[in-house]
Write a protein that binds this ligand. Structure first.
Ligand SMILES: O=C(O)CCC(=O)C(=O)O
Ligand SMILES: [Fe+2]
Length: 357
């Protein structure tokens, strides 16, 4: 299905974009620069080195095994990560910004620790750290643009919200369809179940030649048998009660469900060489009071090839108390659509229920 997306800024951010300080990077071989400033060669190098790591024997990968003791950093085997109760068909290395002992009082305890990097391939750590620094710089710039677009000042989301941002890096490998289950039932295997990301922004750097990432595109409701039935039952309750009084219990049960006014479909987010898919996370949804939705997405690798993806997550300060910004409240009628959340708590809640240990 072909779908056209257009970026529609809430205000004109072109003055900011004109001032965008581009590092002067030579055009990478074969791929024109797409304007984000991260060398395309680095984007490729980190996927290639990740592929090399994943191709090693299982025992070697397990040398940097993830556990609660490592602050949930390290390697996890296929099926160890759980989304909504189901094992995901991927393996991964998880890295987080390092938290030193006592850095955030008791809040930081669970995530305390240093990243554990494989000794093979040898320059793995150095490449990933360079990549993380570049993604962090780029994210900060984009967040400044988003703050302006929302009608705030450029540093609206810095200071106590995101002046000392946390980050997460997931280096992920998805088995080829035929290897993951040995027979022709590939479409049942979910590489990563439907979820939204936790933080502010995610940069998905995916293999160029495999279409596996899918985004849920919500649309205004058109037809739904359930909705229509419910509509008739609830909104024409007067008629119904007059002619069919024995339907009353059904009416009560149905009115307990929230009316679904949206329906949608899964669409593919095909890779565009040299670019990132950028997701909006839960924290940006809260800050913007819902002006930005966090993007529901999932991964299904039905291709006969092993797929690599490196996802960088830009997050608020670990101890940030995230709540709708005043500027967004004003734009959305003054009512908070979300309760506030302390980012670190939200993350720990997710991380500690994400793994079979
Ligand atoms: O593999 C991908 O394309 C996306 C991975 C992802 O959604 C995640 O790690 O949160
Ligand atoms: Fe995700």
């Amino acid at each position: 299905m072909a779908t056209d997306f257009k970026f529609i800024p809430l205000i004109d951010v072109s003055p900011l974009l004109e001032k965008w300080d581009h590092p002067n990077i030579a055009q990478d071989e074969g791929v024109a620069q797409k304007g984000h400033g991260i060398p395309v060669s680095l984007m490729k190098d980190i996927k290639n080195i990740a592929r090399e790591y994943f191709h090693q024997p299982y025992e070697e990968k397990m040398e940097i095994k993830l556990s609660a003791e490592t602050g949930y950093r390290g390697y996890q085997r296929i099926g160890e990560n759980i989304t909504k109760g189901k094992p995901d068909i991927h393996e991964a290395i998880d890295c987080y910004r390092e938290l030193k002992h006592g850095m955030y009082g008791g809040l930081g305890d669970v995530m305390q620790g240093s990243n554990i990097w494989p000794s093979n391939p040898p320059n793995f750590k150095q490449l990933m750290e360079e990549y993380i620094d570049r993604c962090t710089d780029l994210s900060r710039k984009i967040m400044r643009g988003i703050a302006l677009a929302l009608g705030g000042s450029a540093d609206e989301m810095e200071g106590e919200i995101g002046g000392d941002p946390f980050w997460v890096l997931r280096i992920i490998g998805y088995p080829a369809a035929s290897i993951s289950n040995g027979h022709d039932k590939a479409h049942d295997d979910v590489g990563c179940g439907a979820h939204t990301d936790y933080g502010l922004l995610t940069f998905v750097n995916q293999d160029d030649d495999i279409v596996a990432l899918q985004i849920y595109l919500a649309k205004p409701r058109r037809t739904s048998l359930f909705y229509d039935l419910k509509f008739i039952l609830i909104y024409r309750a007067d008629l119904l009660m007059k002619h069919r009084p024995h339907f009353a219990p059904l009416l009560i049960i149905l009115s307990c469900f929230k009316v679904r006014n949206k329906t949608g479909e899964w669409i593919s987010a095909p890779p565009i060489p040299g670019t990132f898919v950028c997701n909006i996370g839960d924290m940006l949804k809260i800050l913007s009071n819902g002006i930005y939705e966090s993007t529901l997405h999932r991964v299904i690798n039905n291709s006969p090839k092993y797929r690599v993806c490196v996802a960088y997550f830009y997050e608020p300060n670990f101890d940030a108390a995230v709540k709708p910004l005043d500027v967004c409240l004003q734009k959305t009628g003054g009512t908070k659509n979300f309760e506030g959340a302390v980012y670190g708590k939200h993350l720990i809640g997710k991380v500690t229920t994400n793994f079979i240990m």
